[in-house]
Design a protein around this ligand. Sequence first.
Ligand code: AP5
Length: 226
Amino acid sequence: MILILFGPPGAGKGTQGALIVKACGVPKISTGEIFRDLAAEGSPLGLKAKRYWTQGKLVPDEIVVGLIRERIHSSDCKNGFVLDGFPRTVRQAETLNLLLSESGRHVDGVLSFAVDHEELLRRLIGRRTCNNCGAAYHVTSLPPGQENVCDHCGHALEHRADDNPEAIKVRLAEYDAKTAPVLTYYSERGLLTTVDANADPSTIFSRVGEVLGRVGCVQEPVNAVG
Ligand code: AP5
């Protein structure tokens, strides 16, 4: 199964992606996470990309495509994968098709999470993340057991560098101008399913279930809040 998770910043791609990975047993590839990890390691490519994402701007296609090419050909991706945050431009979508066709594969489905603007802002401003294990929390809708401490690994939680009002404004504008057209690209190819994601994570995950069956995921029962 090759499934793309789509939606504006804060739509819940990472949150639903974690549940889908648990249910379907395939890896999730998040370009945003790859960039944050590379920057934390101090790699030249990571630091170059950081200049863009901290301001909320899209990282140039050449950088993103090089990373994706390498990742999707890794051995753990041979039975499929979930893409979170890629493709984000029509050029990236076209390149993905080419890269997959090199190994006789294709995109099975695109799941788009639709969320009201006010709710996106609330989610992004309140998000806290663990840089050690990648877990994501929200100060009111998904708080950790102990304030600012990760439930999974005990590390201190952080506020992402691009979750401030200025960067969020740019991220949403970049989405409208460059990323939203990708929806038309996949809709014209009959691959798009839009899910109303103005709900709690378990309700959204139950809406996602039908799509997972269609894209080839053999689901084990998952407790969405566990
Ligand atoms: P990326 O890391 O992909 O960020 P994003 O797309 O802005 O998405 P987010 O991670 O902010 O949100 P999400 O949809 O995953 O929501 P989440 O589940 O965390 O990219 C970062 C940057 O990297 C980009 O801006 C760009 O610069 C660069 N980049 C990445 N890919 C690129 C590409 N392909 N090309 C060019 N540049 C690229 O949820 C958000 C919050 O809401 C959390 O606190 C969560 O707990 C909470 N929440 C989630 N679901 C619910 C719910 N149902 N109810 C209540 N709260 C919820």
